[in-house]
Ligand binder design. Structure first.
Ligand code: SF4
Ligand code: SF4
Length: 483
């Protein structure tokens, strides 16, 4: 059994009592649906059916990516919609994740199963899996392969089930899943968060069912303890805690977006801080992989090193952009920050202090990139669906697919919108950095000096993102870019 006291200590001690003024679980009908015993299945079953359809079309449908449901839905729609959900509501994809449907079966198999190894109870494996997934995406051209995309979906189901069955918790979501890792970091800017209504009720609660579960009820799979929660990190928004609490004391509170980034309780951990930096830099490198200078760089690298193997070249490029660069710049900024502020403290503390400021800009860069594909290709789902129905004798009113459909917005709007998004993310990062400085330093001067190296890094990242979005970007998943 999990000891909530251990969790409280691990998470930085008990939270201050602040009853949530707005709780989505109290909204008539919606709250009741979400908290109902099978509430999560309302989102999971539709997504499971969609996943099965995508696997089917991925293997049997058109091998041309812009004409296949698997490639268009996953690489155009899923990525755009997940960003919008994270920004305006919260981690809705993890909440409705179909890969965790077999969890109950797997959990029964794992009863008495072993705990996830202590050495892996951190985000290093998640960083590796996240960067590894981006590498595979580029190397295998996943966006262009319907069958490969179907295999990715199957791989997710298999990995989630296997890890749930082998270990007596939810290590896949918390320590491995690249999608979950992405969602966890991005959800730090989301406007909702799990908390409790009354901390006094929790103090005297004997069973702590929200985390420990009960004979027929699951507790928190990622072992979060709602009364001490101050972050969306690791929360898959499954609401199992709300269903398990015998006092109906769990809340899904509406909060100021990104509030957790300003809290002193932000974990002072190398792994988590590095993950946030990698998230932000990977947003840029992922977009950079679709513009002409990326291919010029790969050609130059190949000639300079005499290497022709694409995987090795990508390993070098992605290793540099997603791991070496954030590590080197982050450690450099932290060392300078410590020297400029005159603080005698561990580098880990300095490194972790301003890293949360990278979340708003990182989210903005991902949104500008995924939003580009969504804005230029969302309507492609119409002809692709028509073609699927026609191929299966279910002709849609006898109409032929109109392959000109694709853009959701006029082409001329996209770059200005991307620019606004990146600048807004940069402004959000400056605001977070400024608030952290005011929080941790007694006077403005040392706070400004401490933030300065990070500010230069943020400005460089924002400028590089704007430069990248100003270049012609590969259209992936659509036939016609439209006007
Ligand atoms: S089960 Fe409910 S009352 Fe008990 S600790 Fe958890 S949230 Fe609080
Ligand atoms: S705190 Fe745990 S149980 Fe509650 S919604 Fe988040 S992941 Fe699910």
């Amino acid at each position: 059994m999990i000891s909530p006291n251990d969790i409280a200590v691990r998470d930085g001690g008990p939270a201050l009592y602040r009853p949530p003024p707005r709780d989505l679980l109290r909204v008539p009908l919606l709250g009741r649906l979400l908290r109902s015993r099978h509430g999560r299945l309302l989102g999971q079953i539709p997504l499971l059916l969609v996943a099965l359809l995508l696997i089917y079309d991925g293997f049997t449908g058109s091998p041309i990516a812009p004409q296949n449901l698997a490639t268009v839905s996953v690489w155009v729609h899923y990525r755009g919609l997940v960003m919008l959900a994270l920004l305006f509501v919260g981690n809705l994809f993890c909440m409705s994740c179909p890969f965790t449907i077999p969890r109950t079966v797997a959990l029964r198999l794992s009863r008495g199963g072993r705990r996830w190894p202590r050495a892996l109870r951190n985000k290093w494996l998640a960083v590796a899996a996240f960067v590894g997934f981006l590498l595979l995406y580029e190397w295998l051209d996943l966006w262009a392969g319907p069958a490969l995309t179907a295999w990715v979906i199957i791989g997710y189901f298999a990995a989630a089930f296997l890890l749930e069955a082998l270990f007596a918790e939810s290590p896949f979501c918390k320590y491995v899943c690249p999608l979950g890792t992405f969602n966890f970091v991005a959800s730090t800017v989301s406007p909702t968060q799990i908390t409790v209504r009354d901390h006094d009720v929790c103090r005297t609660c004997p069973g702590k069912e929200c985390v420990n579960g009960a004979p027929d009820v699951l507790g928190c799979g990622t072992e979060l303890f709602p009364p001490t929660l101050r972050s969306n990190l690791d929360c898959v928004l499954c609401l199992d805690c709300a269903r398990a609490c015998p006092y109906d004391n769990v809340a899904l509170a509406v909060r100021v977006p990104g509030r957790e980034l300003l809290e002193s309780a932000w974990p002072r951990r190398w792994d988590l801080s590095f993950l946030v930096l990698v998230f932000a830099f990977a947003g840029l490198s992922n977009a950079f992989g679709m513009v002409p200078p990326f291919y010029d760089w790969q050609l130059w690298l190949s000639a300079a090193l005499g290497i022709t193997n694409e995987l090795v070249l990508l390993l070098i490029t992605f290793g540099l952009l997603n791991l070496a660069l954030p590590a080197a710049l982050g450690l450099g900024a932290a060392s300078l920050s410590r020297a400029l502020s005159g603080r005698a403290e561990a580098l880990r503390i300095t490194f972790s202090r301003f890293v949360p400021a990278f979340a708003p800009l990182g989210v903005a860069v991902w949104l500008a990139h995924y939003g580009f594909h969504f804005a230029t290709g969302a309507l492609a789902i119409v002809p692709v669906t028509q073609m699927f129905l026609n191929d299966h004798g279910l002709g849609w009113l006898g109409t032929e697919p109109n392959w000109q459909l694709g853009p959701l917005l006029p082409g001329g709007w996209v770059l200005p919108l991307q620019t606004i998004i990146v600048l807004a993310g940069f402004a959000g990062s400056l605001m977070v950095g400024n608030r952290i400085g005011r929080r941790d330093f007694d006077a403005p001067a040392p706070a400004v000096r401490a933030f300065l190296p990070w500010l230069v890094m943020l400005a460089g990242l924002a400028a590089a993102a704007l430069g990248t979005f100003n270049l012609p970007m590969e259209m992936r998943g659509t036939i016609f870019p439209g006007g």
